[in-house]
Design a protein around this ligand. Structure first.
Ligand code: ZN
Length: 102
């Protein structure tokens, strides 16, 4: 496989216009595919499995609690719309919430 001179000159012109040099790689690059499973891959796969179990468990638990009705939405006593107690007032009607944290 020989270098095409016109391509090299074209590359050199581009490199010159960019103010850089063209680096030529004479040695052919071999891509070796390795099917061995090393210890790093095993550790990575094990950690990935643990993450999947942890996230899946949290999701499963949340869905189960939602389906059982164990998660209740806080509603404003004035307007009956879902809101947060964190701010102390309803975000819809600005009524003060009696069970807001201090
Ligand atoms: Zn309200």
């Amino acid at each position: 496989m020989d270098d095409a001179p016109d391509q090299d000159e074209h590359g050199s012109e581009i490199a010159k216009s960019l103010g850089t040099r063209v680096l030529r790689c004479r040695r052919p690059v071999r891509i070796v595919q390795d099917d061995r499973v090393d210890s790093e891959t095993l550790i990575r796969d094990g950690l990935e499995l643990l993450f999947v179990i942890a996230v899946g468990g949290m999701l499963f638990s949340a869905i189960r609690r939602l389906r059982r009705g164990e998660i209740q939405v806080y509603r404003c006593p004035e307007c009956e719309r879902p809101t947060t107690r964190a701010n102390g007032i309803c975000k819809h009607c600005s009524a003060p919430l009696p069970d807001a944290p201090a």
